[in-house]
Design a protein around this ligand. Structure first.
Ligand SMILES: NC(=O)c1ccc[n+]([C@@H]2O[C@H](COP(=O)([O-])OP(=O)(O)OC[C@H]3O[C@@H](n4cnc5c(N)ncnc54)[C@H](O)[C@@H]3O)[C@@H](O)[C@H]2O)c1
Length: 268
């Protein structure tokens, strides 16, 4: 059993209530994991939320699981190409009637040594994690400028430190951290831009990515030993940081990379 499964007893996972009444939010990759938890947190705080995911089916299921209703908008589309990003963002902005927050969360993991990383794998990682994030942000600029909104990017602890057998992923998340800083400077003062840098969070991505010979629980247990707090993180814990950075409470926070990793990178 992974340590995180014992969390609910001592950590109720309550969503803090920040004021997002009628704010308009687009979350990419919100069909499961961190993006889904973020969409849920924004909804609970009163926002209207556009849910992106690769396919119409996965988005429809996610919207359903979030309770449906007029605070939710379906925004399907694979963000790894410019045409899809432009159309998906413009449709979502149209349906929401504007945009206050873009959460660039969609991303993929590839586990492999440098020797095992072929061009297709490299492009798979960079197309989703870096190019898609850039394209969605670019498409959202007019709406965010007009609302004086903000962007929260989901980078990674792997954007702050290097790890073996994850070179393409680390490079892509390092790019997201520095892209965040560049965007924050270029787009100020109208648009704030920040990123979160989660450590291993128990989601499908981590279960599959760290499995040892197909054993997902063993993979997660092995990862736990890297964390001074003695456990892995939950999607809700990342969602809470995202919602803070997106809120007016973070009005003077711009261009930061916020580690959410139980102290894993604190030792340098
Ligand atoms: N889980 C972790 O340990 C961890 C740690 C650090 C950072 N992250 C980052 O957090 C983000 C979310 O990860 P997760 O763990 O929730 O993963 P996940 O696999 O559970 O969910 C990823 C979501 O992104 C969507 N997605 C992926 N590629 C897409 C594309 N090209 N177009 C549209 N949607 C796409 C998926 O459909 C899904 O909804 C990713 O950017 C990931 O790199 C995850």
């Amino acid at each position: 059993m992974s340590g995180v499964e014992s969390l609910p007893a001592r950590w109720p996972g309550k969503i803090m209530v920040m004021e997002f009444a009628e704010r308009r939010v687009l979350v990419t990759g919100a069909t499961r994991g961190i993006g889904h938890a973020a969409a849920k947190a924004f909804l609970a705080s009163g926002a209207r939320v556009a849910v992106n995911g690769r396919t119409e089916g996965s988005v429809a299921r996610a919207v359903d699981s979030l309770g449906g209703g007029d605070h939710l908008v379906s925004a399907p589309g694979d963000i790894s190409s410019a045409d899809v990003c432009d159309t998906m963002v413009s449709d979502a902005v149209g349906e929401l009637g504007g945009l206050d927050v873009l959460v660039n969360n969609a991303g993929v993991y590839f586990r492999g040594s440098m020797a095992d990383t072929d061009e297709t794998s490299w492009d798979y990682v960079f197309d989703a994690n870096v190019k898609g994030l850039f394209l969605c942000s670019r498409a959202a600029l007019p709406a965010l400028r007009s609302s004086q909104g903000n962007i929260v990017n989901v980078a990674s602890e792997a954007g702050l430190a290097g790890y073996a057998d994850s070179t393409a992923y680390c490079a892509s998340k390092g790019a997201v951290v520095n892209l965040t800083r560049s965007m924050a400077i270029e787009l100020a003062p109208q648009i704030r831009v920040n990123c979160v840098c989660p450590g291993v969070i128990v989601t499908d991505l981590a279960r599959a990515g760290f499995a040892i010979d197909g054993d997902e629980a063993a993979g997660l247990r092995q990862q736990e030993s890297n964390y001074p707090v003695g456990r892995l993180g939950t999607p809700e814990e990342v969602a809470k940081a995202i919602i803070y950075l997106a809120s007016d409470d973070a009005g003077f926070v711009n261009g930061i990379a916020l580690p959410i990793e139980g102290g894993a990178t604190a030792g340098g």
